[in-house]
Design a protein around this ligand. Sequence first.
Ligand code: ZN
Length: 184
Amino acid sequence: MSIVNYLKESILKRLIKVEDGRVKMFGKIDYIMFPGVAMAEFLHQIGKDMGEDYLFDLGYKAGLDGANEMIEKLGLFANSIPTNMNIINSMFETLGFGKMNIKVMHSEDGQILLTLVEHPVIEYAKLKYGNKTRVCALYRGIFSIHAEKDLKVKNCKLIETQCVLKGDAFCEWSSNYFKKSKKT
Ligand SMILES: [Zn+2]
């Protein structure tokens, strides 16, 4: 079935409708958001069954290929670190990984501090599960390996000190930044 026919049929069957200028599925889920919604539910369940550290490790391992690919395809080693930081920032935002703001970075000391907002999966998880979910641990793992490989931050294992899921304005992640870890 072509995408046009699929959409026509879905509208006829009232599976999707346009409401307030947005396409809604089953009358409630924002259609554009659907991949993020499904991901949030999936990650929430894994986090619940296996724990936050498991989610982090999963992201750290799964992100390795992507991090290496970015070095190769984007020729990251030829650039300065600030240039790479800008490339990664824009790429992550375009790909739906939220808006990242790197506040402190000293690659050679393995030091980094960043904040993250408007991550679609984290935002949806917050709506659905409130502070009972730890889905952002997966992205903390992914960002850790990207910072380590693409920005050369040594042994980067980001910890979380503020979290959107706990009601903070942003997720705050850092490695080797706070002398005493405030990890919660
Ligand atoms: Zn968080």
